[in-house]
Design a protein around this ligand. Structure first.
Ligand code: AMP
Length: 396
């Protein structure tokens, strides 16, 4: 993948349309977590410092092509201004008269946020007429919203076809890290896939077994594999109807030379409750009514050894019901060990998708990984080996 580099762009006096992810959690018009605003700061600072007029484009929530006042982006303006330590202007619309006015008011280095792209049906439809209207207010296009790159929308794909297009700094780092984890990783590569169900991760598993040297399967989804091998998983979460699928994945892994690491022991309980009585046992000792809620110590030991023997780790999904201690034991132990190896310079560890970020935060280790993607759906689609339209459109 080759991209234009912002460092080589002539930015002074240019109107730069920057697609950011400002789809922040909000309650009553107040942002409850500003991580996404913070992620956009390096690119905004960079463009502003080079004398560009920075025009931020984003969506918020799902207004479905209509102007919904509660879904305005206006509430991000003040917090963004505080984070940037500079004034931020607001345009009441992202196209037309209001957008022109907002952009015309910008001096070099100034920043504006334009109103929710999804107030227009043309955004999600990637309507060429809407793309043309957006492009009319900019000279260059920067995409810094990897989390929206799995959608071929006007602001994520269409604009890159009309204006000189660049990945922003956060997008660039995400792409570099994903490349280091799965594109061109240093081998051997270990994957950890956990979480609830096999059915939501079929494409993911099928792609990973073709690419990785080892793949550890944990969480509820491991139960489906254990059952497919003939083990009794008691009353555990298990997709019994996916036995054939699980066996096919095991066969693909074997054919591709990917060693599958399934649990060899488990932690069971009768209910999912903090402080409930637990039992650690081998696979043959799971009784009717037992719920497998975490991997056992022997399984964890083997996983940590597999990390020691690897140079790259890619991780999606918790290894147990990490929200309810003590069923966070395997997830926390794996996170701590990965973090120690990263700190020692022995492992590149990239994690993301779904509950993985909260699991790593729970372990207190999110900051210790080489990279943690908060992109959710886009990260998973990339792990599935799919082409992300918003990334493909940036390639030169
Ligand atoms: P996912 O969104 O597919 O990554 O699934 C994450 C969820 O899987 C978390 O809420 C975990 O509590 C749940 N989970 C992990 N292991 C198990 C298990 N053994 N039984 C039931 N749920 C599990």
């Amino acid at each position: 993948m080759t991209f234009r580099s912002l460092e080589t762009a002539d930015l002074a006096d240019k109107r730069v349309l920057v697609r950011v992810d400002f789809n922040v959690p909000m309650e009553g018009g107040v942002i409850t977590d500003d991580t996404r605003l913070r992620s956009a700061l390096p690119t905004i600072h960079y463009l502003s410092s080079k004398g560009a007029k920075v025009i931020l484009l984003a969506h918020f929530d799902r207004p479905k092509g209509k102007r919904v006042p509660e879904m305005s982006l206006a509430p991000v303006v003040a917090p963004l201004s505080v984070l940037l330590s500079q004034p931020v202007l607001f345009g009441e619309d992202c196209i037309g008269e209001a957008a022109y006015k907002a952009v015309a008011a910008l001096e070099n280095g100034d920043v504006a946020v334009l109103e929710n792209l999804r107030f227009h049906p043309g955004e999600e439809a990637n309507d060429p007429a809407f793309v043309t209207e957006l492009a009319a207010i900019g000279d260059l296009y920067v995409n810094d919203a990897f989390s929206a790159a799995h959608r071929a929308h006007a602001s994520t794909e269409g604009l890159a076809r009309l204006l000189p297009a660049y990945p922003g700094l956060a997008m660039r780092r995400e792409l570099d890290m994903l490349d280091a984890a799965l594109g061109k990783p240093v081998k051997p590569v270990l994957g950890i896939v956990g979480g609830a169900k096999v059915s939501t991760k079929l494409d993911l598993l099928n792609n990973l077994v073709r690419k990785l040297d080892r793949l550890a399967i944990g969480g509820g989804m491991a139960n489906t594999f254990l059952a497919a091998q003939g083990h009794d998983v008691g009353g555990s979460l298990c997709e019994h109807d996916l036995g054939d699928t699980a066996r096919e994945i095991m066969a693909s892994a074997k054919a591709a030379g990917c060693e599958l690491l399934l649990p060899v022991d488990v932690v069971v309980a009768r209910e999912v409750k903090p402080g409930t009585a637990t039992r650690t046992c081998g696979l043959e000792e799971v009784k009717a009514g037992d719920l497998i809620l975490d991997a056992g110590p022997a399984t964890v030991e083997r996983l940590l050894a597999a990390m020691d023997a690897s140079k790259t780790l890619i991780w999606n999904g918790p290894l147990g019901v990490f929200e309810v201690p003590p069923f966070d034991m395997a997830t926390v132990a794996a996170a701590k060990h990965a973090a120690a190896l990263v700190t020692a310079g022995k492992l590149v560890a990239v994690a993301g998708g779904g509950d993985t970020v909260s699991a790593l935060n729970h372990a207190g280790m999110a900051g210790e990984m080489t990279f943690v993607s908060t992109a959710g759906g886009a990260f998973l689609e990339w792990m599935e080996g799919k082409v992300l339209p918003g990334v493909a459109a940036l390639e030169v």
